[in-house]
Design a protein around this ligand. Structure first.
Ligand code: EPU
Length: 430
């Protein structure tokens, strides 16, 4: 069992380079299933979710090479399998994008229900609504979703999502790109990774307009071709380092970012009295002592991202004053608060709101990474805290943060990965 051990209290200083966006990569790699031909995808993050996805695609017959780090060449010409490996699919959430991609290319698919972060119930009714609107027949059990073309065939259609779901928007785009006719998604998600997927599909010959707005129009094309494409920088990884710099009273240049994607995070940090200086493709975050309080409401893009809510709460746990953090995307995303309280934070959760009374200092403690972003919050809390913090269940963190120990060490943090014997006495390599 591996843990992260952090000796806190050291300000972060220097510069860090942000990797490609996880949530764009996990949509773009399955999109390569839609073409016969080679796609060269650059700026691919080296994280476990991506490695699992590549294993799934390879198991289905995709020809995959990594000619250099962060570059994946993928050719899905030989793929005929429409039932991806069940065990691998269950290891990650975004494997459900295989449903849309396989339906789009083959007209049928049989995909196990996904795993991944289970901080909340994660229904897929809006994905299914989209597939039905495109003319699919859907069989949904507790274990899998089977899709096939209905009696009238698959075709473009107009539909309105009940809520602006990222996953449903991606899946419908993947399924609709090669179908005859026009698909219109109303109340579509607007996150940067939706735009990135649309740009990738358009580079392969798709005809998708309006990504990044509420209405996405997909005019079906008959063929697509391979392309070269570079994934956008990770908005959430960048935001995590911004908050880590602010929380440790540091001064960090965060490189390879799109500042526009960080606006809601920058605005809140500035409200807390932290300096944020935007450049063309970098931001500098410079703290000014103890942060001030603020009010956060996690919302779909361009609102404050739910995937930054736990990290921001970790920062606010040492703010001067009482802050209010509400969650407007997921039903319950405050499970991690229990761990912050173990470190001396004073936080009360009332339904979808956390009331965070800032304390002067956190203290190191053994804690758990309940999920990916909860794990990032634990790291930030550990960097702030006096003493040693040990974080268990770090595989959640490895799903979405590339080389986090190396990147933080480069900024002056005292963090290391420690391989501990399993309870049965067997030590595993990490
Ligand atoms: N929802 C439904 N029905 C659906 C789909 C979603 O009710 O069919 C609800 C969800 O329960 C939730 C809300 O709609 O309350 C938003 O869910 P959404 O579908 O937008 O989320 P997702 O696609 O499952 C992606 C990210 C998450 C991120 C959310 C919101 C990926 C792979 N995952 O999830 O990222 O929190 O959008 O921005 O893109 C993470 O990276 O740590 C992470 C969890």
């Amino acid at each position: 069992m591996a843990i992260y051990e952090i000796n806190g209290g050291k300000p972060l200083n220097g510069s860090v380079t942000i990797s490609g966006a996880k949530n764009a990569a996990v949509a773009i790699l399955p999109a390569a299933l839609l073409v016969s031909g080679k796609c060269r995808i650059e700026n691919v993050p080296d994280i476990s979710d991506v490695r699992i996805l590549l294993d799934i695609l390879e198991g289905m017959g995709a020809d995959i090479h990594c000619p250099e780090s962060h570059v994946v060449e993928i050719d899905c010409t030989a793929v005929h399998c429409t039932e991806p490996d069940r065990n691998l699919v269950q290891e990650m959430r975004a494997s459900y994008y295989l449903m849309g991609a396989l339906l789009g290319r083959f007209g049928h698919a049989h995909v196990a229900l996904p795993g991944g972060c289970n901080f909340a119930s994660r229904p897929i009714d809006q994905h299914i609504k989209g597939f039905l609107a495109l003319g699919a027949e859907v069989e949904e059990t507790e274990d899998y979703v089977a899709l096939r073309s209905g009696s009238d065939g698959l075709q473009g259609s107009r539909l309105s999502l009940d809520l602006a779901s990222v996953g449903a928007t991606v899946n419908i785009m993947l399924a609709a790109t090669l179908l005859p006719g026009q698909t219109v998604i109303e109340n579509a998600a607007k996150e940067p990774h939706i735009v990135d997927l649309a740009n990738f599909l358009n580079s392969m010959g798709a005809d998708i307009r309006g990504a990044g707005t509420d209405t996405i129009k997909i005019r079906g094309v008959e063929h697509m071709h391979g392309c070269t494409y570079s994934i956008i920088p990770d908005q959430i990884e960048a935001g995590t380092y911004m908050i880590a710099a602010a929380a440790t009273d540091g001064n960090v240049l965060i490189k390879n970012v799109i500042p526009k994607h960080l606006e809601s995070i920058s605005a809140k940090l500035i409200e807390c009295g932290i300096d944020v200086i935007e450049n063309d493709d970098s931001v500098r975050v410079c703290a000014n002592g103890r942060p001030g309080k603020c009010t956060i409401k996690a919302m779909p893009y361009p609102g404050f991202p739910t995937d930054m809510q736990p990290q921001m709460t970790a920062l606010l746990s040492i703010a001067d004053g009482t802050s209010f953090v509400s969650e407007g995307v997921w039903d319950n995303r405050f499970r991690y608060v229990e761990q912050l309280i173990r470190m001396g934070a004073s936080i009360k959760v009332e339904g979808k709101m956390a009331v965070v009374e800032g304390v002067e200092q956190l203290k190191g403690a053994p804690v758990r990474a309940d999920d990916l972003r909860a794990g990032a919050a634990m790291i930030i809390a550990g960097l702030i805290a006096k003493g040693t913090t040990e974080i268990e269940e770090i595989s959640h963190i490895d799903r979405g943060y590339e080389n986090i120990v190396e990147k933080l060490t480069g900024l002056g943090a005292d963090i290391r990965r420690v391989d501990r014997p399993e309870p049965d006495g067997i030590s595993r390599a990490v």
